[in-house]
Design a protein around this ligand. Sequence first.
Ligand code: ZN
Ligand code: ZN
Length: 241
Amino acid sequence: MKVQKGFATPSYALARWQIHCTFAAMIRVHDFTFNPFEEKTYVLFDETREAVIIDPGCYDKEEQEELASFIYTEKLTVKLLLNTHGHIDHVLGNYFVKQRYGAPFLIHSVEVPVLRSVKSYAPNYGFPGYQEVLPDSLLAEGTPIKFGKSQLDVLFLPGHSPGHVGFFAPEQHLLIVGDVLFYRSIGRTDLPGGNADILLKSIHQKLFQLPDEVVVYPGHGPTTTLGEEKVSNPFCALPVE
Ligand SMILES: [Zn+2]
Ligand SMILES: [Zn+2]
């Protein structure tokens, strides 16, 4: 199922918002669901039309064209290619994006071995056409990610994979969280480098310290909010006091 977001704001509400927020950039989020893992690929952009592509999972021609035609139709300039982590479902489209747009590719330094292992198992997973892209530079917590008038903060969120990061826009309460936290679920920890205790620490000590209103855009499945997951997520809900 492919859900489009960010285009449902009624024009009157948008006009009112623009009057009050003349100087603040507004990040728009568009998502795609790609490859047999039903991975969520995100394009973030603001009014300058500069964009970042996060976790491109497009593999076949049709998926690649779907992403490219959105970029073309919206007249976006792709400034950065970002990965939350290096699992195959999140990196299948790295090569296409790099070839097409030439944007610098960034991933956390600890995640590089995870990324580099993909080419060895991709054929067994049914992706013989996978081509590796190596990072142009490396992320760490606190690295500012800038595009247009917007900025994202990098949060280090290990556990599902050892160098997993999230991308957070604090003013807009927007969080691209990869496979750390899902609607009523959490990331698996049985893959190489996974660790359940560390994952729960990332969720409780990092994510759940952020405001309840933060909208979570996960690597699979529907969006949710931190407030909802704090009370309703069976894997990590906080006890009711
Ligand atoms: Zn993953
Ligand atoms: Zn995934």
